[in-house]
Design a binder for this molecule. Sequence first.
Ligand SMILES: *Cc1c(COP(=O)(O)O)cnc(C)c1O
Length: 356
Amino acid sequence: MEYRFIERKELKQKPAPGAELGFGKVFTDYVAVVDYNPEQGWHDARIEPYGPMDITPGTMVFHYGQSSFEGLKAYYIDDHTINLFRPEKNFERMNNSNRRLCIPELDPKEFTDLIVEAIKIEKDWIPKEDGKSLYIRPLIIATDEGLGVHSSKTHRFICMFCPVASYYKDGVKPVKIYVEHEYKRACKGGTGFAKTAANYAQSLKSQEEAEEAGYAQVLWLDAIERKYIEEVGSMNIMFVIDGTVVTPELNGSILPGITRDSALQLLRAKGYKVEERKISIDELIEAAENGKLQECFGTGTAAVISPVGEILHNGKNYIINNGEMGPVAKDIYDTITMTQHGKIKDEYGWIRQINI
Ligand SMILES: *Cc1c(COP(=O)(O)O)cnc(C)c1O
């Protein structure tokens, strides 16, 4: 895609090596932006300074939440190489979200190429320390000005970049979660499978209550029968029950995670028994009570694998694998992170290497 480069007058101060980065708190110098209107389609691509934009209070996205987003990471390999992990998958998923949200689709290859150009410009922002990376956040917002409820005709794609800390700077720490019985995340026919702001807006209350109670995340159950396990916080979930890896099947209300997909592919290739199916909370609790629940872990781009050490359900705490990361989680975590960081061969063609 042709793009304009609008240079900053002054570059921002980069964080010192070893500085606390947190997650999504530090933004780099530039964003990649592409506008959409029905006449021109996606047009006027540019890489421009990160900063305030020409958007008025009447802009539709602020009122009705018509938007989609993505999340992926770039990894420093050496001074001439940066790795991206399955970037086209993110743009294909963005198109799935867009179809649900009446946002025009985009060309995954063209948009991947555009962010590759931006990453080349921002290469000095990619942390070199082990485990750190550059988080990439593509976002699309509805930009028509007006309060009538209908789909916006114009949209803006904005991709921003944040150097981020390793999720596990003090080693992998399994988290405590509880089964959420009051709030629901999504239901079939809704937007659960789409990566969109709306799903998050309504999950904040539950997240806040979980944190207040000393839990990291909640385990979401399906909204209709209040019975089947869906996801954990903003991650997909997997269990090892009696030697078999079980994960909820994609059903329209679960977000199809790219880490989930990668983990399933690896697990099958490594010869694990894997089942994608409905799993009820009763089945899970029964497995825990019979000593058959061997592992539980979340999968997502931010943490890759997040082991769950404890689940609270109906006032009872179930400790999983003595509150430690289990061997299946560790195997998948090691294989995915070593592939991302170029430490083992990329067996599946998952890496898009950027040469600089
Ligand atoms: C992004 C996301 C995930 C994880 O997807 P990855 O592609 O693995 O990062 C899982 N659940 C929800 C609700 C999400 O938004």
